[in-house]
Design a binder for this molecule. Sequence first.
Ligand SMILES: Cc1ncc(COP(=O)(O)O)c(C=O)c1O
Length: 387
Amino acid sequence: MPGFEVIGAEEQAEIDDVFRRGGVLFRHGFDGIRNGCYKVRDFEAAFAQYMGVPHALAVTSGTAALRVALAALNLQPGDEVITQAFTFVATAEAIIESRLVPVCCEVDDTLNMDPVDLERRITPRTRAVIAVHMLGTPARLREIKAVCERHNVVLIEDAAWGCGGSLDGVRLGTWGRMGTFSFDFAKTMTTGEGGMIVFHERADYERAAAWHDHGHENNPAVPRWEDTRSGSGFNYRMTELQGAVGLAQLRKLDDVVRRQRTNRDAMWRAIADLPGVTPRAVPAESQETADALVFEVPAADVAREVRTRLLAAGSATKILPEAVTWHFAGTWTHMPELVATHGDLAAAFPTTASRLSRCVSLPVIVKMSEDLPARIRAAIAPVLGGK
Ligand SMILES: Cc1ncc(COP(=O)(O)O)c(C=O)c1O
C-alpha cells in the first residue's frame, strides 16, 4: 500500500530535473531540447534490471498493462483466458476489452488461483492464464506454471500487488511469459497512475511497445512522423512526469516492502493467539509484499463484526470483507460476458465465496504507530472470545 507514504524530496528532485532539462513531457523525440532527459526510458531500464528481465514497458495503469500484454499475444476473438474469481475487476475487464472470453476459477487457501480448479477449466479454446498475487501473497506459481506448460497455455502474472515480492527467490511478475504491475496510488510503489509490463521475449516486447503507441515501431531509420507500422494499436504511453516519480519510488521499493513485512508481523503477533484466527496460507519460499494482513475467522458474521469493531476503534479493514463486490467475480453481474461463461455468478464459485466471506484483511502501512497492533487486538478480541 504505502508508496504514497514515502513520497518526498527524491520524487520532487526527479520532477525538477525534467523541467530543468527542458520540460519535455513526452517519452519520445524532441531530442534537441531535452538535454538527454528520458525518464520513462530510464525507469523502464531500471525496472527491468530490478526484476532481472531483459525488457520492461511503462504504460498508463495496471489495467492498461494487462490490456497491452494481451494485445501482444495476437489472440483471436473468442479465445478463452482464465483468471481467478478473487481479483480486482480490472483483470476481467482487460480480457473482455480484448474481445476474449473471460473464465474465472476458484481460489485455494492462499486466496489465489487454485491450480487444480484451473486445470479443470482449461478447454481447447484456452490460450492464456492470468494468475494474480492478491494483496501481496504469491500464488502457487510452481503448480500454475506446470499446468500452463502441460496444456501449452501462456502464463501472465497480474502482479499489481506483487511488486517487490518473490517466490523461490524469483521476482513476482517474472515467472510467466509476461508480468504486469500497477503503480496506482494504493500500491507499494506509485506514480499516481501508471503501470509496467515485463517480458522475457524481445518479440513480445516489440509487439506490446508498438501496440501501446498506436502501432509505432519507433524505427530509428525514419523520423517518427514517417514511422513504420505492422498493425494498429492504441495510446497507453506513460508521461515523463510519471517516469520521473517512478525512478525515485523504485529506489525506495525494497525498503517499503521490508518495513511492511515488519509491521505486518507485529500486527499478526498481537492477534495470533486469539481463538479461531487462522492466517492465510502462504506458499513455501514466499517473500510477500505484505500489503495486508489477511486471516480467517470462524464465520462470515464474525468477519463483519470484526470490521464493525475496527471501524468503531478508528481503524479499518481493506477489501475483505467490505469491498468484495469489486474483487469477487461471483458478484459481477454487470459483466454480460462473464455471465455468458458462467451463468448464475452467485452460484459459480462456491469455494471462493465461502473462503472470502470468512476472511478479514487489515491494511499494512509503513508509518504505523507503535500502539496500532495493541489497539487492533483490543478492538477485535471480544468478538473472538479472547482477551
Ligand atoms: C489485481 C489488480 N489488477 C489490476 C489492477 C489495476 O491497476 P490500476 O489501478 O493501475 O489500473 C488492480 C488495481 O488495484 C489490481 O488490484
